[in-house]
Write a protein that binds this ligand. Structure first.
Ligand SMILES: Nc1ncnc2c1ncn2[C@@H]1O[C@H](COP(=O)(O)OP(=O)(O)OP(=O)(O)O)[C@@H](O)[C@H]1O
Ligand SMILES: [Mg+2]
Length: 213
């Protein structure tokens, strides 16, 4: 049943930290489901491909918001809720806070409307812990460039947005982490630290300690 979400800019180290926590949980004998948004189901992965790489006429902000929510509804119904029922650990790369950060913070849609859609698509499901990997836009761009120069890929539609777009995403994440109701359910890590340090700091979170991790 523990449902942990990882949020942050592209290249902030979400996948790296998820791997670290997954190894730790598996070593302790837990069943772990690692999943991601947008994606997580065959339909969701197909739509991810559309939404991140479409060329020509881009989706409008409202269309984009709804595509992400459609992906989320499928993911919650077919992957997350069943895993919760089995009492597996769920480590999810991006979830509802990403919609608030990208569609509201960066694209300018109204936050309460995005949260309404988040509640609709998830049946008002909230993660028990949201880990925010906070990093400057400059450093996240540096890491992405490094990855692509090593692996021969290219930036997707979001990764190639201007720095100001990513600054708004980052600011929205930080704002969400400071909402008083989120005090115990959000953990903000300074992602400029090395991966081992981040894992150690994550494991100090009261939620994980209480679970004996
Ligand atoms: N704490 C860290 N310090 C320095 N470099 C890191 C750290 N964590 C990850 N990296 C490196 O930065 C790059 C991005 O890391 P990672 O793929 O984990 O980020 P991500 O948030 O999952 O990115 P994306 O959103 O694009 O999937 C990788 O090359 C990774 O090796
Ligand atoms: Mg990743």
């Amino acid at each position: 049943m523990p449902f942990v979400v990882f949020e942050g800019l592209d290249g902030s180290g979400k996948s790296t930290l998820i791997q670290g926590l997954e190894s730790r949980l598996t070593a302790k004998g837990h069943k772990v489901v690692v999943t991601r948004e947008p994606g997580g189901t065959p339909l969701g992965e197909a739509l991810r491909n559309v939404v991140t790489t479409i060329e020509g006429q881009a989706p409008t902000p409202k269309t984009e918001a709804l595509l992400y929510q459609a992906i989320r509804a499928q993911h919650v119904d077919l992957v997350i809720r069943p895993a919760m029922e089995r009492e597996d650990w769920i480590l999810c790369d991006r979830f509802r806070a990403s919609s608030v950060a990208f569609q509201s913070g960066a694209r300018g849609l109204r936050e309460e409307q995005i949260e309404w859609l988040n509640d609709f698509s998830t049946g008002s499901l909230q993660p028990e812990l949201t880990v925010l990997l906070d990093l400057t836009v400059e450093e996240s761009q540096r890491r992405l460039q490094k990855r692509y120069s090593e692996n021969d890929g290219s930036l997707d539609r979001f990764e190639s947005e201007a720095a100001a777009f990513h600054e708004r995403v980052r600011a929205s994440y930080l704002k969400q982490s400071k909402v008083p109701e989120n005090k115990d359910s959000w953990k903000v890590l300074d992602s400029s630290k090395p991966p081992e340090v981040l894992l150690t700091e994550l494991l100090e979170t009261p939620f994980l300690k209480q679970k004996g991790i």
